[in-house]
Design a protein around this ligand. Structure first.
Ligand code: ZN
Length: 161
C-alpha cells in the first residue's frame, strides 16, 4: 500500500506539521504492526506535543478506523505510560479514549485512579467519568483544589476543557 508507506516515511519528516498531518492521516487506515511500531517510536522521540498528541490519538482511537487493530504490541501499556508520564495534558488526554475500551483491566483501573490526581482538570474529569460512580466524588475535591490555585501552568495547556 503506497499510501501507507508514504505516510510512515512522512512521520520522519523534518517539518513537525508534516509529521503531525501524516500521523492524523494514518488514523483512517487499519493499524498494522509496522504502523504501530512507527507511531510508538514517534511518540517516544517527538518533542512537539501536537505531534505526540496526533501519534497517541491514532494508537488510542478506534472510532476513526473501520477495521480492528491486529498487533502484538502492548498498546494499552504504552497508553498507560503516556498517561502517567507525558508532560503535556493534551497528549495525556489522547490516551483516555483508548483506555476506556480496556477499562476493566486492573492496570487500566489503577492508571485511571492515578489520573484522578492529574495536574490538569480535564484529565481528572475524563478519568472520573470512566471510573465507577463512587470514585467520581474524588474529582469534586480536586476541583476545589484547582480554584484554590493549584492549577497547572498555561503553557501546559491553555484549552478550557
Ligand atoms: Zn481517531
Amino acid at each position: 500500500m503506497p499510501e501507507r508507506a508514504e505516510l510512515l516515511e512522512a512521520l520522519r519528516h523534518a517539518d513537525p506539521d508534516v509529521r503531525r498531518r501524516a500521523a492524523r492521516a494514518l488514523d483512517h487506515l487499519p493499524l498494522d504492526e509496522r504502523t504501530v511500531e512507527a507511531l510508538i517510536e514517534l511518540a517516544r522521540r517527538e518533542t512537539i506535543p501536537a505531534v505526540r498528541s496526533a501519534a497517541v490519538h491514532v494508537l488510542a482511537c478506534e472510532g476513526c478506523k473501520s477495521e480492528a487493530c491486529q498487533t502484538s504490541h502492548d498498546i494499552v501499556g504504552f497508553l498507560i505510560d503516556i498517561l502517567r508520564n507525558d508532560v503535556s495534558a493534551d497528549v495525556r488526554r489522547q490516551t483516555i479514549d483508548g483506555l476506556r475500551s480496556a477499562d476493566t483491566a486492573p492496570r487500566v483501573q489503577a492508571a485511571l485512579r492515578e489520573a484522578l490526581n492529574d495536574a490538569a482538570f480535564k484529565i481528572r474529569w475524563k478519568a472520573a467519568y470512566i471510573l465507577p460512580f463512587e470514585e467520581r466524588e474524588a474529582i469534586r475535591t480536586n476541583r476545589s483544589g484547582v480554584r484554590a490555585g493549584s492549577r497547572v501552568t498555561a503553557a501546559d495547556d491553555p484549552s478550557p476543557y
